[in-house]
Write a protein that binds this ligand. Structure first.
Ligand SMILES: O=P(O)(O)O[C@@H]1C[C@H](O)[C@@H](CO)O1
Ligand SMILES: Nc1nc2[nH]cnc2c(=O)[nH]1
Length: 369
């Protein structure tokens, strides 16, 4: 965790080293002296201990209340507190009587997935208090409540990406809003580059799993203090993409007769906004990645943390070049959005059929109760 420093002193480290929030067993307060060692390393000692401390380090007085304040600031700015997210959820709940069961995130060029929704009530992101705005072409920036195949749903026409300058926690914050609005399922979609040589432009990849490469570098949407009202500190990710929904998707794809254009594979998200080098793509392929994009992974981690059931698919908008003499054109966003538009009807049909099938399952389950 970064950002908790005063004059180069790591406040969190100091706090952790100095006991409980209310002072130590001897009644001393938690205001303490942090020492900045000459070599740049930081160490801390309690106020009382420090009276006898006679070394050369520079001493900085650290106020407990200030530490708490700074922590709150960082949590609100980057992670959004439970209360703030609840406020955003309440904004919707007070303005619509629709209580969605499924949340849909429309990927680049896939805004039209929301065209299948009826009885809509739409909210522009710019009008929603404390909500970020979409800055990417192909992302409208609207939250749409309504009905799809008779199911109450909410769709995000536009998501937030790390490369737009939002921290990961903020990129995936809307997932928590949707959770507090009441959804049980998250259907995420994205545009991605096809790395598996079998994939063609316009194909669909049902996401079977992901590799959280940004997480390898220590960047996670769950970084920072954990609020157990959302979920546990250490959530498992072994069933990140619900196996029953993957099975259902296989069946739906067969019914649609598009099984030759649909695959199951592993997605990864890189920070972007640049597309990948040939060397990077070769490495990703060796790692087992089938499709590469710039979203979804942090949304799914956030969704699983708060116990949402997840389904996701990627539209393959370009083929990734894994050799320098490749005849593939350079990836570009115009093409990504264009392919999205040209495949909107097939993606829309897949989404509608999945939801129709799921609605039947839910009805059956409720009937049995
Ligand atoms: O929002 P998604 O993941 O569908 O958008 C992809 C990733 C980048 O935002 C963009 C690159 O063209 O498309
Ligand atoms: N990272 C990445 N994101 C994409 N989104 C659509 N195509 C691509 C791609 O080739 N790479």
């Amino acid at each position: 965790m970064t950002g908790f420093t005063i004059n180069g002193t790591d406040l969190l480290k100091s706090k952790a080293l100095n006991g409980s929030a209310n002072g130590d067993a001897n009644g001393r307060s938690n205001n303490y002296i942090a020492e900045e060692c000459p070599n740049g390393a930081t160490s801390s000692t309690s106020n009382a201990n420090n009276a006898n401390n006679n070394n050369n380090s520079q001493q900085i007085y650290v106020d407990e209340a200030e530490v708490e304040n700074r922590m709150k600031m960082v949590i609100n700015e980057e992670n959004y507190s439970y209360e703030l997210i609840k406020e955003i959820a309440d904004y919707f709940l007070e303005r619509t009587s629709i209580r969605p069961v499924i949340g849909i995130i429309c990927g680049s060029g896939l805004n039209s997935l929301a065209d299948h929704i009826t009885d809509i009530q739409a909210f522009d992101y710019k009008d929603i208090p404390n909500f970020p705005v979409s800055t990417v072409e192909g992302h409208v920036g609207r939250m749409i409540f309504g009905y799809l195949e008779g199911m109450p749903v909410v769709a995000m026409q536009g998501r937030f990406h790390y490369y737009e300058g939002y921290p990961l926690a903020k990129c995936s914050m809307p997932v928590r809003v949707l959770k507090l609005v009441g959804i049980k399922y998250l259907f995420a979609t994205n545009a991605a580059g096809g790395l598996n040589p079998k994939y063609k432009v316009g194909d669909i990849m049902i996401v079977r799993d992901h590799i959280n490469i940004m997480g390898f570098a220590g960047n996670s949407p769950l970084q920072g203090p954990n609020d157990p009202r959302f979920g546990p500190r250490f959530p498992p990710m072994t069933n990140a993409y619900d196996r029953h929904l993957v099975r259902k998707a296989r069946k739906v794809v067969r019914e649609m007769g598009i099984e030759n254009d649909v695959h199951e594979g592993v997605y990864t998200c890189l920070g972007g906004p640049n597309y990948e080098t040939v060397a990077e793509l070769k490495m990703l392929r060796i790692m087992g990645v089938d499709a590469v994009g710039m979203s979804t992974v942090h949304e799914v981690i956030t969704a699983r943390h708060c116990d949402l059931t997840v389904f996701a698919f990627s539209l393959i908008t370009n083929k990734c070049a894994t050799d320098y003499d490749s005849s593939e054109e350079d990836a570009n966003h115009e093409e990504v959005v264009m392919v999205g538009k040209s495949r909107q009807s097939i993606c829309g049909e897949l989404m509608c059929r999945m939801i129709r099938d799921l609605a039947q399952d839910i009805q059956q389950k409720n009937g049995k109760k």
